[in-house]
Write a protein that binds this ligand. Structure first.
Ligand SMILES: [Zn+2]
Length: 417
């Protein structure tokens, strides 16, 4: 059972209008910036809560500022399937990242309610309050409220203006000693589905509107250092130099070529370099740099990291230098539930002729939710894969198909789970 194309078109047009309307709730005139516990967060919750209510849901704001709606089952107190994404943004964001997932879910409920369709499961829609971590540097605060995995020490973290999270919660009208009230009993939710823009170019390259997400990639980040010797740029012959920047450059080239040739599922980035002393007439003595690697399988990432780091050591040794590193950040792969992937895949195949699978290079609310419940994700194509940018754009036709596939999948999932 799926929304027919005529109704899906009306819904998709409403989704775009609402994305535009939400984009006006911003604390900056250029682009969109809506951060956790801000007055814009409150306004967005009010507006989205109103839309949830109009779609036929019972609405509340939970103890960490998520906006939640429930469309009841024909059974009293039935467990729910949860649909949604986030309503917060990065600085100078686009209109669709996160928001599209919340608004499409509301459209599904609107349609079920209009057709008077109820299921053995309730449907809950959630607009997560903080996924991006823009204000306090901690991501997934909204979804961690739901899973009950908040860390109390986060309350003392401050934003750029020195306001603690504790203070911000109180200014917003929330009580920091009530955070646990947001957490949900494991039996109350059976699964979580999130529709999200791809934020990458793969669907566009495939000429397809939709994909099923297989995993959300794990990440590892390292601070690295090449230690050579600074010296006079005019007097030290090339053969006697221990130039740390040249060693680092050789390593970066190796990282790129090794990743491209041997590890097509992985990505690697050296995004930061600091060269000491960093002046025109001195041979670079020390280079600090970063390494960020991501991929869909933790064991693959583990062996990849050791290949790259041992190559750096070899380069340093050959050049009579020292290389050292420290890992400072790690997230693990998040697997999307196989049964949910199958259902999403068959619904996508129905609307676009063939299915397509992608891993996600970006983090999502589903990472936190997957610690407790099975998760499934659909990706929708966005223009050139541009995201976290005001140029973010999604086709009306793609939203129409996404609503059809999404509604079809939910009807199947509620029967199976
Ligand atoms: Zn997002």
């Amino acid at each position: 059972m799926m929304i027919d194309s005529r109704e899906a078109k009306i819904s998709a047009m409403r989704v775009i209008l609402r994305c535009n309307e939400l984009s006006k709730i911003t604390c900056k005139e250029i682009g969109i910036t809506r951060i956790y516990l801000s007055k814009e967060h409150l306004l967005a919750n009010k507006l989205v809560g109103k839309w949830m209510q109009e779609a036929g849901m019972l609405v509340w704001q939970d103890a960490v500022g998520n906006i939640c709606g429930r469309y009841d089952s024909y059974f009293k107190n039935a467990p729910a399937i949860m649909l949604g994404s986030h309503l917060d943004t990065v600085k100078n964001a686009g209109k669709y990242d996160g928001i599209l997932g919340v608004l499409t879910a509301i459209e599904l409920v609107y349609w079920f309610n209009k057709k008077n369709i109820r299921f053995q499961l309730a449907i809950e829609v959630i607009g997560f309050s903080d996924e991006e971590g823009t204000r306090f540097g901690i991501t997934l605060l909204g979804s961690r409220g739901i899973t009950g995995t908040w860390n109390e020490k986060w309350l003392s973290y401050t934003d750029n203006d020195g306001i603690t999270m504790h203070q911000a919660m109180s200014d917003f009208g929330l009580k920091s000693n009530k955070i646990n009230d947001a957490s949900r009993n494991i039996k109350d939710i059976v699964a979580y589905i999130e529709l999200h823009i791809e934020q990458g170019p793969c669907l566009e390259k495939e000429n397809l509107p939709l994909a099923v997400v297989t995993t959300i990639n794990g990440t590892r980040r390292f601070n690295c250092k090449f230690i050579g010797e600074a010296g006079h740029a005019g007097t030290v012959p090339m053969r006697y130099r221990r130039d740390a920047l040249v060693a680092c450059a050789e390593w970066i080239i190796f990282i790129e070529s090794n990743t491209r040739e041997n590890h097509p599922q992985l990505v690697s980035t050296v995004g930061y370099i600091d060269c000491d002393p960093g002046v025109i007439n001195v041979i670079p003595g020390v280079v600090n740099c970063s390494l960020d690697i991501r991929g869909p399988q933790d064991d693959m990432l583990e062996s990849f990291a050791s290949i790259l780091l041992s190559e750096a050591k070899m380069i340093a040794t050959r050049r009579n230098m020292i290389f050292n590193y420290k890992e400072y950040y790690r997230t693990y792969e998040t697997l999307c539930d196989i049964a949910l992937q199958k259902i999403l895949s068959s619904s996508i195949e129905t609307v676009q002729g063939r299915s397509f699978f992608l891993s996600s290079g970006a983090g999502h609310d589903a990472i936190a939710i997957a610690e407790r419940w099975p998760v499934g994700m659909l990706f929708i194509r966005n223009y050139r894969g541009i995201s976290h940018n005001p140029k973010e754009s999604v086709n009306l036709e793609d939203i129409i198909l996404s609503l059809q596939a999404y509604s079809d999948a939910i009807c199947k999932i509620v029967k199976k789970f």
